[in-house]
Design a protein around this ligand. Structure first.
Ligand SMILES: Nc1nc2c(c(=O)[nH]1)N[C@H]1C(S)=C(S)[C@@H](COP(=O)(O)OP(=O)(O)OC[C@H]3O[C@@H](n4cnc5c(N)ncnc54)[C@H](O)[C@@H]3O)O[C@H]1N2
Ligand code: MOO
Length: 392
């Protein structure tokens, strides 16, 4: 059985980026840049005031002297002639500094009298000027290819003054939950053996959060002929099909068989991790197929470990997990023969492993925000020990 790192290397090797498209900037939130985004102009384009007050020539200014207020500069409409000694221009935050001016005196230090103004002692050394190009210069790379346009990056992208951006194509993803017992949430209590279908909700939310788009999300019973047709429809619609459950070895585990008629080429089947050992990856009709174990915690752990890198790779991004070295705030149990991913919660002093580590658990999932990576055959570790952890 291969290990996690080997499985991730296979993902990097076998999953191919989907290509790119040009998209209006306003529709690019959450998506990934396919090329460097360069600034069209300097920012700010001119020296601007950072306060409301009066623009003056510093060398010609002293407290108590009277100035003629010769005009106004507002954000969006500047003052267009060169300032002379003895003149001041009323100026507002963000407005262009008039030519010749090199300082702004805040209005709290001004005494205005009609068209005249005097400045009182104590306006201090600050010029309250943001110089031209002090943020960035025309042509600067503001965001590198591969950057996800999160809310902060979108502001930077807007500041580059580009109407459209070149993005990685959004992976279209179909999610299929399998199992005779599965019933839509809200209806499971009506049948004695039914279970609320919960896993595809989390998987689909993860897909959307990682830049993909859900083209289908449904559950299907364990009947091979119908599942095979279902798989065919999903492969028609999607770049990536995620199938949950039926990954094990029972007679009614059909997740892999349902793709066999579609030419399933298995990339890996089983990874030496706990939970999530039955996770598998394949290719069929040029599409990627990821099989997650049905146990809900196993499904979300394997989705974090494998689905996220697959989505990144489809969007042309290197798919490395951001492991962090963090302290334990409580002891961590010894591990068995598989590399183990312990669900933990961050407390003020460090990571607290959750008491219930059942791979079928759903209650504690909402409280688990970190996965602690534990090598196989490792003894118990005391509070205070540093461990490697991944945001979950
Ligand atoms: N003889 C063996 N049995 C099992 C092995 C093994 O190696 N040998 N591996 C175990 C491990 S580890 C896991 S994990 C599970 C994986 O099984 P499946 O992927 O086939 O999952 P199911 O049997 O379909 O379901 C398991 C469990 O999870 C519930 N479930 C499934 N899908 C959903 C869903 N969409 N929403 C909510 N709950 C779901 C299901 O009802 C079952 O309780 O196999 C072990 N067995
Ligand atoms: O891997 Mo299973 O996911 O241990 O329960």
């Amino acid at each position: 059985m291969i290990g996690l790192d080997e499985a991730l290397a296979l993902i990097a090797d076998r999953v191919v980026p989907l290509g790119t498209e040009t998209v209006p900037l306003a529709e690019s939130a959450g998506r990934t840049l396919a090329e460097d985004l360069c600034a069209r102009s300097d920012s700010p384009r001119h020296a601007v005031s950072v306060m409301d007050g009066y623009a003056v020539i510093d060398a010609a200014t002293r407290p108590g002297k009277t100035f003629a207020v010769v005009g106004e500069s507002r954000a969006g409409s500047g003052f267009d002639r060169t300032l002379k000694p003895g003149e001041a221009v009323r100026i507002f935050t963000g407005a262009r500094l008039p030519a010749g001016a090199d300082r702004v005196i805040v209005q709290e230090h001004a005494e205005r009298d009609g068209e005249r103004v005097r400045f009182v002692e104590g306006y201090g050394p600050a010029t309250h000027v943001r110089p031209a190009a002090s943020d960035f210069r025309a042509g600067d790379v503001l965001l590198a290819a591969g950057t996800r346009l999160d809310p902060r990056a979108l502001v930077t992208a807007g500041a580059a003054d580009r109407a459209e951006v070149r993005l990685a194509r959004r992976p279209r993803v179909a999610v299929i939950g399998t199992g005779d017992e599965l019933a839509a949430p809200g209806s499971a209590h009506l049948e004695p053996d039914a279970v609320p279908e919960s896993v595809t909700l989390g998987v689909a939310a993860m897909v959307e959060a990682e830049g993909g788009t859900i083209v289908a999300r449904d559950a299907a019973a364990d009947e091979l002929a119908a599942l095979t047709r279902h798989a065919g429809r999903a492969l028609d619609q999607a770049d990536l099909v995620v199938v949950t459950g039926g990954a094990s070895v029972g007679e009614r585990d059909f997740a892999k068989p349902m793709f066999e008629a579609h030419g399933l080429d298995l990339v890996f089947s089983k990874v030496a991790i706990k939970p999530g050992k039955p996770v598998w990856l394949g290719l069929a009709r040029g599409k990627v197929v990821l099989g997650l174990p049905g146990n809900p915690t196993s499904a979300m752990v394997t989705a974090t470990l494998f689905l996220k890198p697959i989505l990144a790779r489809l969007q042309g991004v290197r798919a490395d997990h951001a492991w962090r070295r963090l302290p334990l705030a409580a002891p961590l149990a010894a591990t068995g023969d598989r590399e183990t991913f312990v669900r933990a919660r961050w407390a003020a002093e460090g990571l607290v492993p959750l008491g219930n580590q059942d791979s079928g658990a759903q209650g504690p999932l909402a409280r688990a925000d970190w996965l602690v990576r534990c090598p196989p055959h490792h003894g118990e570790r005391a509070a205070g020990t540093e461990v490697m952890a991944l945001a979950f």
